[in-house]
Design a protein around this ligand. Structure first.
Ligand SMILES: [Zn+2]
Length: 328
């Protein structure tokens, strides 16, 4: 595979990272996206989660740091995490890293969602693509911010709730917890709403309660939603994946629309937005924004490192979901 687009923002005409991406990811250093090391050997992780499969759970992860302007594996003090493709227990396993990269870029570039900085890098010997993300839980001096995911905040563990513990919250309950612990709730709840409808748009069935976190740092006193991470179109890899990882509403509530159609439509998300305390005009605005960017998504997808078959599939699912999110 030849690199013709920036391996982070996908801007055409770049054989390596463009300057803005260099600054964001590597403090301005001219880092080669082709790694000097081979893919680390790892054992297949067998993942049993009571029938639910989490791609973030099956993906091997390794810590990486910058030594000068060279990325190298490290046991401690990594500033980056790399995620090679999982072994072939899912469809198109080799497409998992470019899928996550594209989905994260759509989130940040097109929808202005606060997603962790990320890129595709390549193992030097095989040129196999690998997902790289910059850690956001440490400052430049390596000091860790306080960060907790929503299973930790809600006190849910495998010991007390079994293997499906991270699926035992609804999005409405996550919003409820956010309201309790965050004084900036009116701002943060809009971010939560937008990422939930984004996940629906891109078929991310992996957005369970461990994939949402609150973070604190010294520049603000409050806990806020952390940057988003682990976003990818899971349906490409598991065609039968659920529409959403968690129930939308608490107490197994279903809208009239859902009772009739058995899948989520505009009406479900509209009611959800009102239930979590958002203003009607804001709910309407975000639902209208999420379906209005197809051309930009198509451009970015065509510039991505996905194979041409997977690009087609990715866009086909987006079109289906835009249709479902269109008010009737
Ligand atoms: Zn770039």
């Amino acid at each position: 595979m030849k690199i013709n687009n920036c391996p982070s923002c996908l801007k055409p005409g770049h054989k390596t990272f463009c300057i803005p991406c260099r600054n964001k990811l590597f403090g301005g250093k001219n880092v080669n996206p082709v790694l000097l090391f081979s893919k680390p050997v790892y054992e297949q992780i067998v993942l049993e989660q009571g029938g639910k499969i989490s791609i973030s759970g099956v993906q091997p992860k390794h810590s990486v740091r910058l030594n000068g302007s060279t990325l190298e594996l490290t046991e401690k003090g990594g500033e980056y995490i790399i995620k090679p493709q999982p072994k072939a227990i899912v469809n198109f396993a080799e497409q998992v890293p470019p899928n996550e990269h594209l989905t994260m870029q759509i989130a940040s570039q097109i929808f202005k969602l606060n997603a962790a900085y990320n890129a595709v890098v390549f193992f030097g010997d095989t040129f196999e693509p690998c997902y790289l993300t910059k850690r956001f839980d440490k400052n430049s001096d390596g000091i860790k911010y306080q960060m907790e995911d929503f299973t930790q905040i809600a006190g849910k563990t495998e010991e007390n709730e079994g293997v499906e513990y991270k699926y035992n919250l609804s999005y409405e309950e996550i919003a409820g917890i956010l309201k309790e612990i965050c004084s900036a709730y009116p701002v943060e709840v809009e971010k939560l709403f937008r990422i939930i409808i984004f996940n629906y748009l891109v078929n991310n069935g992996d957005a369970h309660a461990k994939n949402f976190s609150m973070i604190s740092n010294t520049s603000f006193k409050d806990y806020l939603l952390s940057p988003f991470y682990d976003l990818l179109n899971t349906r490409i890899h598991y065609p039968k994946d659920a529409e959403l990882a968690l129930n939308l509403f608490k107490n197994a509530y279903e809208t009239e629309s859902y009772k009739i159609n058995a899948h989520f439509l505009y009406e479900d998300f509209y009611q959800f937005g009102l239930k979590i305390g958002m203003r009607k005009n804001r709910v309407e605005k975000f639902l209208s924004d999420i379906i209005s960017e197809y051309n930009e998504i198509e451009n970015l997808t065509n510039n991505s490192f996905l194979s041409s078959d997977t690009k087609k599939l990715y866009l086909e699912y987006i079109r289906l979901n835009i249709n479902k999110l269109t008010p009737r």
